[in-house]
Design a protein around this ligand. Structure first.
Ligand SMILES: Nc1ncnc2c1ncn2[C@@H]1O[C@H](COP(=O)(O)OP(=O)(O)OP(=O)(O)O)[C@@H](O)[C@H]1O
Ligand SMILES: [Mg+2]
Length: 204
């Protein structure tokens, strides 16, 4: 039986550069399987369409459970089988996004969201989490350059400040799992720093 693969996650505010970094990391580590959240499998992509639709009124608790449901399906259908087969997986967002956005941003409480996500994922915890740290204003300006905002992207400054502070607290609480990267640096510098962290965590 092959050794279990490693799970690496990318976290950070909207516009912090997660998707850009994921593409860069795939060029450096082509054996990684990249999946995005919410999404990655049929059911979860449909849930993504619901939670990002600006036309829908979504209660915060419903929102938290929809994200957790999408995550449960992705973990069961793709992530666990890949890891069990010895494949390393790179996830563009994972449970820490819910702790920060729904737990802190929506004010549902980080511990409550931690509990539903532990249920959803069967307790799966990433081997390494790269936090792209950027101030919300920079994140916003990058994101608005990209087109019409989705439902969550329409939130105000206080929401994103609270999400950013929650990410910082999560990283401080688990310094062994989190690597904090300065996402204000240019993309090449972010990729170089991130590649070092990924290489170290993939090493046997
Ligand atoms: N280090 C960087 N410096 C300057 N611009 C960047 C950097 N990284 C990404 N960008 C640009 O910022 C925008 C947002 O980047 P990206 O889509 O990767 O962010 P994201 O974290 O995936 O956002 P979201 O959470 O909304 O998916 C893009 O236009 C991208 O080209
Ligand atoms: Mg992205």
């Amino acid at each position: 039986m092959p050794a279990a693969g490693k799970l690496i996650t990318l976290e950070g505010l909207d516009g912090s550069g997660k998707t850009t970094l994921a593409a860069g990391l795939l060029t450096v580590f082509p054996a990684l399987t990249l999946l995005r959240e919410p999404g990655g499998v049929g059911l979860a992509e449909r849930v993504r369409a619901l939670v990002t639709d600006p036309a829908l009124d979504v209660d915060p608790r419903a929102e938290a459970l929809l994200y957790a449901a999408a995550r449960a399906q992705l973990v069961a259908e793709r992530v666990r089988p890949l890891l069990a087969g010895g494949h390393d997986v790179l996830l563009d967002r994972f449970a820490d996004s819910s702790l920060a956005y729904q737990g802190a941003g929506r004010g549902l409480g980080v511990e409550a969201i931690r509990a539903i996500n532990a249920f959803a994922t069967g307790g799966l915890v990433p081997d390494k989490t790269l936090l792209l740290r950027v101030d919300p204003v920079t994140g916003r300006s990058r994101q608005s350059a990209r087109g019409a905002p989705d439902r969550l992207e329409r939130e105000g400054d206080a929401f994103f400040a609270s999400v950013g502070a929650a990410y910082d607290a999560l990283a401080a609480a688990e310094p062994g799992r989190f690597v904090v990267l300065d996402a204000a640096a240019d993309p090449e510098a972010v990729l170089a720093e991130a590649s070092e962290a990924v290489a170290a965590s993939l090493a046997p």
